[in-house]
Design a binder for this molecule. Structure first.
Ligand SMILES: [Zn+2]
Length: 237
């Protein structure tokens, strides 16, 4: 078995995470581990095998995902860029943002992209009971027609996973983090990390949010151009 060593994003975070890890449950520890890497460690994917981390395929296909929209001025820009490369993607929307911008949500759907539920108020699963987490997801479902679900911050408890599954949701994680939201990261580093870790079937996380736009506006067209030249296609989940 070939084991590749993922790149550590931040050694200070690693140190504090290791101190914290002594006090944490295994679940929290694995989550913290995930936050440190651009590529989701294989152990995490193995441990949480019931979640979707990547698409099993040998086809040169990449699954781009955009969290936290719809956002005025940004989501429409993402749609234009994707269209220029004939790329399809998946948008994990926040219910209240869809409520505020139903026309942008409709434009996403009309363009043939997939949508997913990202709760109504971007809830942190660790700070909410399973019941209120499901209720908030159900509230968002009034505006988002999808059984795909992505937990905000990637923070979700096993009981919440069980309840969501019972309600028919497929929980979608990722195997490559763009870290576009990290304003201390320059877009070139962001791009290099993406091309290093993205493989056939990768699910890549971006954000169509204000916070991420500084990196997104440079990296997204670059990434689409690079992988198109390499013969890849971009599909929705
Ligand atoms: Zn989010």
């Amino acid at each position: 078995m070939v084991v590749s060593i993922p790149m550590i994003r931040d050694s200070t975070t690693l140190k504090s995470a290791l101190i914290l890890a002594n006090k944490c449950l295994l679940f929290n520890y694995l989550y913290i581990l995930n936050q440190l890497f651009y590529k989701t460690p294989a152990i995490l994917r193995l441990f949480f095998g019931s979640l979707l981390w990547k698409i099993k395929t040998k086809e040169k296909a990449i699954y781009l995902t955009f969290d936290d929209g719809p956002t005025a001025g940004i989501t429409p820009w993402v749609l234009e860029v994707l269209d220029a490369f004939e790329a399809k993607a998946t948008f994990f929307c926040i219910g209240k943002n869809v409520q505020a911008h139903p026309e942008i949500y409709q434009a996403v759907v009309k363009a043939g992209h997939a949508v997913g539920n990202h709760t109504h108020n971007h809830l942190n699963g660790w700070r909410n009971t399973a019941k209120s987490y499901l209720e908030n997801t159900t509230k968002a479902a009034k505006h988002i027609d999808s059984k795909l679900f992505r937990p905000p911050y990637g923070k979700i408890k096993p009981k919440q996973i069980r309840l969501l599954k019972k309600a028919g949701y497929k929980v979608v994680m990722w195997d490559v983090v763009s870290a576009d939201f990290d304003q201390t990261l320059d877009s070139e580093t962001c791009f290099q990390n993406l091309i290093r870790h993205t493989k056939p079937g990768s699910i890549v996380v971006f954000h169509d949010s204000e916070k991420a736009f500084g990196n997104l506006k440079k990296v997204l067209p670059q990434l689409l151009a690079y992988f198109s030249t390499e013969g890849y296609v971009f599909k929705s989940i």
